[in-house]
Structure formats: C-alpha cells, structure tokens
Design a protein around this ligand. Structure first.
Ligand SMILES: [Mg+2]
Length: 233
C-alpha cells in the first residue's frame, strides 16, 4: 500500500489520544493503583474488577467533561494544525451509551479545543468518514484497520492495549515523524499540472516531485530509526 499524496483532512480520535480516558477510568475504579503497562488491555473493566455495564454506568457528563489532557495533547494538536490547517482538522469520537457522554465530550472539546468545536463528529462507525486523502489518528486497532480498508490513511497511536504494545511506547516519537513522513511523500509519476499539486504547493511551498515514495507509514512505524522531525527555518 502506498500513499501517493499527503492527506488533506485529519480526523483526531478523542479518548486516549487527546483526552486521558484511561487514566481517569483507572483513577475512578482503582485509584492510585493503575495496572502496569504490560497488564493494560482494551477491555479496561477487567483490569478494574467490574463488569462492562458497571464500568460505563457511572461515567456521567461531569466525568467526560473533566477528563485530563494526555501528555501528548499539545504536540499532536500543534502538529496537525500546522500540517493540515485548523479548518481541516476534525474530532471524531465513538460515544458510549451512558447519558451525558456526548454532551460531556462536546463540552470538553469546547473547553480544550475551541478551534475545533464546530467540527466534532460522534459515531461508532468512524470508517464511514474514510477515503483517499483522509487521515485518522486513533488508538484502537480495529478503527485503523477499518479506516484503511475504506481507502483512508491511519496512524495508530501507541498505547499498551493495541498492536504497538511490543514495539514503541512514546507517542510523539511515532506520530510526529509519521505525520512529517506523510507530508513528504512524493507521487511516483508526477503530473506537474495537477491542481491538487498546485494546492499542496500553495500550502507547503515549493515541492520536489521527482523523488518517489519508498516506504509506507506502516513500514515507517516498524522502523527503529524514525525520520527526524525537520527543524523550522
Ligand atoms: Mg480512542
């Protein structure tokens, strides 16, 4: 799979990408005794010692509104805003069934990310938004797999409950270089008169279209030597 052109729209997952849902959930059920990295799983209720319905039941509007930011919040938001432009960044989140979840998440975005507050999408089928030129940044394996199956480009945020568990742990060491990589991809057969290329050059400055892409984002993520983040001139 190759990505011949940089994506133009970015869809950011909320929980465990920007909002630290895992920390808050563990703090609610096992305060101060969060499971170690190796024991953290997607089905968090098991690590919390409750059943699934009990896990979600008391997560009301206040809970969702009060989620802390992740450690990587600033780095991810700053980077995607710079690369995509603020109006091309969307928040996409799958709500649970608990009353107050959607309103709590929406108010969280209004408070922490007012610049994106009119581009928030709630759905448990994120893949319906996927397609060429559309990037999803998410921490759930199946969300990324479905997104890419629909022709989109996905970046899996490394968390202990997904495929990245045995490889990388530092989010910014993966996501930021991968984003830079996506924006450095060159089409193998450039057509200099393409309106799309003109649009990209208007956004990013003069681009050298002669250098073909050789790696996919997945290969980049598996690499032990991620591309360095270019320094601002
Ligand atoms: Mg998530």
């Amino acid at each position: 799979m190759t990505y011949p052109l940089p994506p133009t729209l970015c869809f950011l997952d909320l929980d465990n990408v920007l909002a630290d849902f895992a920390w808050a959930a563990y703090e609610r059920f096992v305060p101060g005794q969060h499971p170690p990295y190796a024991d953290q799983i997607w089905e968090m209720w098991r690590a919390c010692g409750v059943d699934e319905s009990g896990f979600w039941r008391d997560m009301d509007e206040e809970f969702w509104h009060n989620l802390p930011r992740t450690h990587e919040f600033d780095a991810i938001v700053d980077h995607v805003t710079k690369l995509f432009g603020v109006t091309n960044v969307f928040i996409v989140s799958s709500p649970c069934r608990t009353h107050g979840c959607i309103t709590g998440k929406a108010s969280w975005v209004e408070y922490h990310l007012p610049q994106f507050s009119r581009r928030v999408i709630f759905t448990n089928r994120k893949e319906i938004l996927a397609g060429p030129g559309r990037l999803l940044i998410d921490d759930h394996d199946s969300n990324i797999e479905k997104w890419e199956a629909m022709g989109g480009c996905g970046l899996l945020v490394p968390r202990p409950w997904n495929k990245s568990k045995e490889t990388r742990r530092d989010v910014t060491d993966i996501i930021l270089p991968a984003l830079n990589f996506l924006f450095e991809i060159r089409p193998p057969s450039p057509s200099p008169s393409s309106p799309y290329q003109t649009q990209l050059e208007q956004r990013h400055g003069k681009i050298d279209w002669s250098s073909p892409a050789t790696e996919t984002p997945a290969e980049l993520l598996a690499s032990d030597d991620p591309s360095p983040i270019p320094q601002e001139g």
